[in-house]
Design a protein around this ligand. Structure first.
Ligand code: DQA
Length: 149
């Protein structure tokens, strides 16, 4: 894997975007978001590996594979709030991590207020819908520029 690759990982139920609770998550499908991410990353000279998985172990495996890339954007869905396994996998990475949520979990149920992913990330982008992925790419590209010049 080349070092100009950014992995974008999506957790459980995000395959249903565009159909699922559209008032909260918006009308864009995950395919729409992937397309937008590839275009946006291209403007910074990065390629994208864009993946979605419903299983916790599946996401842990995806994080392991991201070790060879230059940055990671992750919307871990509900596992953000529950998964120590995902936290451990993310802590083992030596690349910048940005957390994304389409909704703003802080404005929602209490059980969404804690994020294990947030503890591993440079920062979190929440509440801006699909545009949050674009903002996350800008954030990762900017961190990498500061680090690598
Ligand atoms: C989410 C927020 C999570 O709390 C929720 O479980 C999701 C989606 C978001 O993108 O807003 O599945 O990660």
């Amino acid at each position: 894997m080349s070092t100009n690759t950014i992995h974008i990982l999506n957790g459980p139920n995000l395959n249903l975007l565009g159909e699922r609770e559209v008032a909260i998550y918006g009308i864009d499908s995950l395919d729409d978001i992937e397309h937008m991410c590839r275009e946006k990353a291209g403007t910074f000279g990065y390629e994208v590996v864009f993946l979605q998985g419903n299983g916790e172990g599946e996401l842990v495996d995806m994080v392991h594979k991201a070790r060879t890339g230059s940055g990671l954007i992750i919307n871990a869905g509900a596992y953000s709030h529950t998964s120590v396994a995902l936290y451990d996998a993310l802590m083992a990475l030596n690349i910048p991590i940005v957390e994304v949520h389409l909704s703003n979990p802080q404005r929602r149920e209490d059980f969404r207020h804690h994020s294990y992913v947030a503890k591993t990330a440079v920062g979190s982008i929440c509440g801006f819908g699909a545009h949050g992925y674009s903002l996350a790419l800008e954030a990762v590209a900017s961190v990498l520029k500061q680090t690598n010049g």
